[in-house]
Design a protein. Structure first.
Length: 167
């Protein structure tokens, strides 16, 4: 019984390999006729798409450069903030906590002008779920109270930093 199964598998494999060899010797499964035109059209589209992709890549590089210049220009008169604030807070509250960036309102409210203690209490409330905001809770979830206090102290110091930057 085992030899019969092995023999059948061997015969089927030979048929498959022979068929694949015959198709390859004829130039492929879709060589010529209507199917050949479809494949040629797809190839032409692929070349056009690769040109468009290159143009998009070039455009994206230019957009990235322009964004970097805008960020630099927007921060020229601003004060320095920590990398932690930039990565966790600036995208919603603005680089300087004003709630605006490049003259446009941001998603988060204005932070500048609030005391460090008020900010700290709000951060603790967001983390604990007493104030509901999924974004804030997600950002604060893995931070300890020391990190929350550092954020609060930095944000509470924004008015003094802004005044020093204007001088």
């Amino acid at each position: 019984m085992l030899n019969l199964k092995n023999s059948m598998v061997a015969v089927l494999m030979l048929i498959i390999v022979a068929t694949a060899g015959w198709v390859a010797s004829k130039g492929g499964a879709y060589n010529g006729g209507q199917h050949g035109k479809v494949i040629a059209d797809i190839g032409d589209r692929g070349a056009a798409q690769s040109t468009q992709t290159k143009e998009k890549d070039d455009r994206q590089k230019e957009d990235d450069k322009l964004k970097a210049l805008r960020d630099k220009a927007g921060n020229a008169g601003a004060f320095e903030v920590s990398q932690a604030y930039k990565s966790k807070c600036a995208s919603c509250h603005g680089v300087n906590g004003s709630g605006f960036q490049n003259g446009k309102p941001m998603m988060g409210p204005k932070l500048i002008g609030q005391s460090a203690d008020d900010i700290f209490q709000q951060l603790v409330d967001f983390k604990a779920g007493r104030k509901e905001n999924i974004v804030m809770k997600g950002l604060l979830l893995h931070l300890d109270e020391k990190a929350l206090r550092e954020f609060a102290d930095e944000i509470g110091d924004f008015p003094a930093r802004a005044a020093a930057a204007k001088k």
